[in-house]
Write a protein that binds this ligand. Structure first.
Ligand code: SF4
Length: 191
């Protein structure tokens, strides 16, 4: 194959974008109508379900497109008064939350001072977390202040929830942690 330097960069652009359309773009064709049609085809038979980006407290509205229950696309909802169909780069990558093959799916544990990660099963990891929470709480629990005021708390444990946690989870988290006397509870969605 006889490639000029210019052709090589055009074909590289095609490879980087990973689409045939990218290659056509590299050769100078007008793509707006083609891309619009490709976008329409991609979601043509999909069901659109309104949702909310889970990543921060802005709460941008999204449309989740599914085909036979499988997510095929997520984009900003143009009907939203505050994000008007747009998403920031992080929100635009929400699809990756579901399909990225690089997401860790196993519990990884690295012991203090160790250089390598160990794969733990979930039960073992949950037991370890529970043991450490109980130990820390028992060792640091304060029933009364020096002036005799009843406080029943520990300030040695801090909980930071992720914005992808749902209402039910957060409700249970509050019940559990308040019951243990933990007072420092925060959620990324509020920060
Ligand atoms: S992470 Fe971005 S897209 Fe998601 S809610 Fe926040 S600003 Fe919106």
């Amino acid at each position: 194959m006889d490639l000029s330097r210019r052709d090589f960069f055009k074909l590289s652009a095609e490879t980087v974008t990973g689409t045939a359309l990218g290659g056509v773009a590299g050769l100078g064709a007008g793509l707006a109508p083609t891309l619009a049609q490709a976008q329409a085809l991609r979601i043509e038979k999909a069901q659109a379900t309104p949702s909310v980006c889970p990543y921060c407290s802005v709460g941008c509205a999204t449309l989740v497109h599914t085909v036979k229950g499988k997510i095929v696309n997520i984009e900003g909802d143009p009907r939203s008064p505050h994000n008007e169909g747009t998403l920031c780069p992080k929100g635009a990558a929400i699809y990756q939350l579901h399909i990225n093959p690089n997401r860790p799916t196993k519990v990884l544990h690295r012991a203090p001072g160790a250089a390598d990660w160990e794969v733990w099963d979930l039960d073992r990891a949950m037991d370890r977390v529970a043991q450490l929470v109980k130990k820390t709480r028992d060792e640091t629990f304060i029933e009364r202040l020096e002036n005799g005021r009843l406080v029943n708390c520990t300030t040695a444990i801090f909980s930071l929830g992720g914005a992808t946690l749902d209402n039910e989870w957060n409700h249970m988290q509050q019940k559990l942690l308040r019951g243990l006397g933990i007072v420092a509870i925060e959620n990324q969605a509020r920060i």
